[in-house]
Design a protein around this ligand. Structure first.
Ligand code: NAG
Length: 436
């Protein structure tokens, strides 16, 4: 088939879908680049983003939001969460994000904000903050992506799905999938008349496609079902302007060739997360290798049939990379120096404090406060940031993980702005030829 540019295909789409109203997304995807940050660690807890919230429990068995609700009294947990929800992200953060020249925020939220099943210890109370976030995005001219980050049973077993488990139970249990469908319907209905401010819904973050074909089959069907729920909340004869943002489930984009593509489908974007993956195990990449690895992504990002947004990435993942082939390997792909990055109470492979790992070097000066970073490290962070921005804008753009972190400035957009490795205008590059 001839590959028309997206804008022309959208126009042609009117002739195919003669009974439907024109599809006009709330942001000109395909024309303008997505530039944004994630609001990580706010409505879904992550121990490495807010270690103090976990340390303050005095209970080392509290390692995720599930155990946060399970292993302390409801009133204690709710009080801590309420303080956190009221303070971690406020409207001033939205103003600062807009002032930094960004146009999107991606907001992770768990299924438990919407409903909690019998025996599930999650504490509710997040929904009013989702409403506030939509208002704050609107006030600051930012587009908000609602990202379902945790599904019933857990789609990946990561602590950031809400429940850290070795055998995730979402895809293997149809009740869990149906509960997730119902939540996506609820979200789609909440925002169906507000696509100007909430132009996209991401129906599920990071399903663990590396676990094998069963979860991939379930995920693919779930993307189709979510398409109906997100794109047709008014009924089958009228499409919405809300875009569905599917995730690649850690597969190469080619795995998804032909899935939800035009002209049978319209208004679908692909989310891919790039935490510099490198195929040589147990070996430290040089700085140049990190940069060339992300620069080499450009063709894949620009040639795929759906709009591709790199919805998570960081300049801070400098050390120790392998392919995503198992849960442990997924963790290794991160900058594994940040406190609790591998889970609460678990050390880092880089400095050898992770059980069974071989020390590569000291983490001092590589994570924590930017005041401990050398000027050459900060220059590297700038170069790596620019190489990623240049490369991801060959696709539809990027959303950095994450806006702020208590004790890991290398991951924080806010700290990057304050300390100079992220420019105040994201188009003002110092190293525009870094990928050439
Ligand atoms: C499937 O998940 C539901 C909760 O959504 C649970 O009640 C049920 O026991 C699970 N079924 C199996 C077979 O694990």
């Amino acid at each position: 088939m001839t590959r028309f540019p997206r804008a022309i295909r959208a126009v042609l789409g009117l002739t195919f879908l003669s009974t439907a109203l024109a599809f006009t997304p709330g942001f000109p995807y395909g024309t303008e680049k997505v530039r944004g940050v994630n609001l990580g660690g706010w409505l879904v807890l992550e121990p490495w983003i807010t270690p103090s919230l976990f340390d303050n429990t005095g209970n080392s068995a509290i390692v995720d939001e599930w155990t946060f609700g399970q292993l302390q009294s409801h009133s204690t947990a709710l009080a801590a969460l309420t303080t956190h929800w009221n303070t971690w992200i406020t409207e001033s953060d939205f103003a600062a994000i807009a002032a930094a020249g960004l146009n999107h925020v991606r907001l992770p939220i768990g299924y438990w904000a919407f409903e909690v099943g019998p025996g599930e210890p999650y504490i509710q109370g997040q929904l009013p903050y989702l409403t506030k976030a939509i208002t704050w995005a609107t006030n600051n001219n930012l587009k908000l992506i609602i990202d379902l980050h945790g599904a019933p049973g857990s789609q990946n077993g990561f602590d950031n799905s809400g429940h850290k488990v070795s055998t995730p139970g979402w895809a293997s249990n149809n009740t869990n999938v149906q509960r997730t469908d119902a939540i996506i319907k609820t979200i789609a209905n909440m925002v169906k008349d507000n696509s100007a401010n909430v132009p996209i819904i991401a129906p599920l973050n990071e399903p663990a496609g590396f676990d094998g074909s069963q979860i991939l089959t379930v995920t693919k069907q779930y993307w189709f079902d979510s398409y109906g729920n997100i794109r047709f909340p008014f009924g089958s004869s009228q499409q919405s302007n809300t875009v569905e943002l599917i995730h690649d489930a850690f597969q190469p984009l080619s795995f998804w060739d032909g899935v939800l593509t035009f002209p049978d489908h319209e208004g679908v974007a692909m989310d891919t997360h790039i935490y510099t993956i490198f195929s040589v195990p147990e070996e430290q990449m040089t700085q140049a290798e990190h940069i060339s690895t992300v620069c080499a992504k450009q063709d894949e990002l620009s040639s795929f049939d759906l709009w591709v947004i790199v919805g998570e990435w960081t300049p801070g993942n400098y050390f120790h990379h392998r392919c995503y082939i198992s849960y442990d390997d997924y963790l290794v792909a991160f900058t594994d120096c940040a406190k609790y990055l591998n889970g609460r109470g678990i050390g880092s492979r880089y400095d050898g404090s992770f059980a069974g790992s071989t020390r590569v070097g000291s983490c001092t000066g590589l994570t924590g406060s930017a005041s401990s970073f050398s000027s050459s490290y900060k220059t590297f962070l700038r170069q790596f940031w620019e190489a990623q921005v240049i490369s991801y804008e060959k696709g539809q753009g990027w959303i950095q993980w994450t806006w702020k972190a208590e004790n890991a400035d290398e991951w924080s957009y806010q700290a990057g702005l304050a300390n100079g490795w992220i420019p105040k205008d994201p188009t003002a590059l110092k190293f525009p030829d870094i990928c050439d």
